[in-house]
Write a protein that binds this ligand. Structure first.
Ligand code: GLU
Length: 469
């Protein structure tokens, strides 16, 4: 691969919100472009007028930016090959239909969907691969005129050259070949005048100078058609790579039921973009190291040789793991911005930095930060069942000593516990756990030394007092 010429793209259809499957496609293309010091283009494939919606376009631009997958050419920023939405490129496509017409490589097809379905069924029943029977390929000009006069709106079909082998080297799967006879003549323009997906997609990739592209394996069967079209149009073909689809834990397609949500939903839950990126970069691609990486590091070590061919399994536990890693690696400012809306600001009587330093190892989502803010600063302390039991079992004498030690030493961890140890004879867990339970209402959580340093003295005294009652 030549370093300076690599240009990849993401070409989503705005018919829904971005989900893990298509974000992974975007990510791999962005990583490949970065890795090769090339560029990454974004194109909106909105030719399905019924299902495409402007709000989905706006959402996907926002989601991609949130993930840090910036494009160097495309909507909002422009570039040398506008427009970047296919709905605005009809005039461009018209020129290429015409080129094919002039070369006698296309013909109008008047077959109705019902006729096509019937023919398909018959072929399948006879054990043959279904392909267009060629009914309209042989119509005379007079027959075409007669059909037009009857008000029939034709599609435009490409005459697939017979007896050819279409071969290409897939970037992910290696050598591929397809017999053109299995493909048959295919539609490139719909009866309503709109372009068929693979026509617009192939023409745009060529015109926009795309050199490499990775996409889902479900598009593999489109590739030979696209290569035939590009050849017929004298347009350059990109290098195609098809990624094994992501499947759920049960081996089936990702579904919402299993918690495979859209990027928006994951973001609203509190996932950090780096968590999604670290997780997705490893679904269908492997890295030598399993430590957390920045986007630049993920790109640096991204290589086509490490693309997997087996179905890529999604595992929610892995995403949670990367979320924890992302929280541990984020700067305090970023973490504060992330958890701010969940934690009622006025509850914090201390500096944000100290709060974040204390709770960081114990949080995965902003709601966890809110939980600890409540435990550390809330006027009321709900005790967990285990904490209540431990406090009761420890007894009031222990807490009377604890209160006295606290009054004397304040939140200074070492002297406080030395004192308490001397007076009660308790040690290890027997010393620390009752204090943790009384002060935070929980048996696990942030380091006690940090808790003591953070907690307002008045609050700590009250909690020790009530534990001793
Ligand atoms: N618009 C197509 C999709 O979203 C793009 C396929 C491709 O990447 O070529 O599936």
């Amino acid at each position: 691969m030549k370093t300076m010429t690599c240009k990849t793209r993401f070409a989503p259809s705005p018919t829904g919100y971005l989900h893990l499957g298509n974000v992974r496609t975007a990510l791999f293309n962005a990583l490949l472009a970065r890795r090769e010091q090339g560029s990454f283009l974004l194109r909106i494939e909105d030719t399905d007028r019924e299902r495409s919606r402007p709000e989905y376009v706006a959402a996907l631009l926002e989601d991609l930016r949130w993930l840090g997958l910036d494009w160097q050419e495309g909507p909002e920023i422009g570039g040398p090959h506008p427009p970047y939405a296919q709905s605005e490129r009809a005039a461009i496509y018209a020129g290429y239909y015409q080129r094919l017409e002039e070369r006698g490589l296309v013909y109008p097809c008047f077959c109705s969907p019902a006729e096509l379905a019937l023919s398909r069924k018959t072929q399948l029943a006879a054990g043959r691969p279904p392909r267009y029977a060629g009914t309209c390929a042989r119509l005379s000009e007079a027959e075409r005129q007669a059909r037009r006069r009857r008000g029939l709106q034709p599609t435009l079909r490409f005459r697939t050259p017979p007896g050819q082998l279409v071969q290409f080297i897939d970037l992910a799967r290696g050598p591929q070949q397809f017999a053109s006879d299995d493909i048959g003549d295919f539609i490139i323009r719909r009866a309503d005048g709109g372009p068929q997906f693979f026509f617009a997609n192939a023409v745009d990739d060529a015109l926009m100078g795309i050199t490499h592209l990775l996409r889902g394996e479900d598009h593999l069967s489109n590739t030979p058609r696209q290569l035939l079209l590009l050849e017929a149009l004298d347009l350059p073909a990109p290098h195609y790579g098809h990624l094994a689809l992501i499947v759920g834990a049960d081996g089936g397609p990702l579904s919402k039921r299993e918690g495979h949500f859209s990027v928006r939903e994951l973001r609203a839950t509190g996932y950090l973009p780096e968590a999604l990126l670290n997780d997705l970069a490893r679904i269908g691609h492997s890295y030598a190291h399993d430590h957390w990486m920045s986007l630049a590091e993920l790109a640096e070590a991204f290589t086509l040789e490490r693309l997997g061919r087996a179905p890529a399994r999604y595992d929610e536990a892995q995403l949670l793991h990367w979320q924890s890693e992302a929280v541990q690696c984020a700067t305090p400012e970023r973490l504060w911005a992330w958890l701010e809306s969940a934690v009622a600001g006025d509850v914090l009587t201390t500096s944000r930095e100290a709060f974040i330093a204390a709770v960081r190892p114990n949080i995965r989502f902003p709601t966890d930060a809110a939980f600890w803010a409540e435990r550390l600063f809330g006027a009321e302390l709900p005790l967990s069942e285990e904490s209540r039991a431990l406090v009761a079992q420890t007894g009031s004498e222990f807490f009377a000593h604890a209160l006295a030690a606290y009054v004397e030493h304040g939140g200074a961890y070492q002297p406080l516990f030395d004192d308490l140890k001397r007076h009660t004879g308790a040690k290890g867990k027997g010393l620390f756990m009752p204090m943790r339970a009384a002060l935070t209402g929980e048996l696990h959580g942030p380091e006690l030394a940090r808790i003591l340093a953070l907690m307002p003295a008045e609050l700590a005294r009250r909690r020790l007092e009530s534990a001793g009652q």
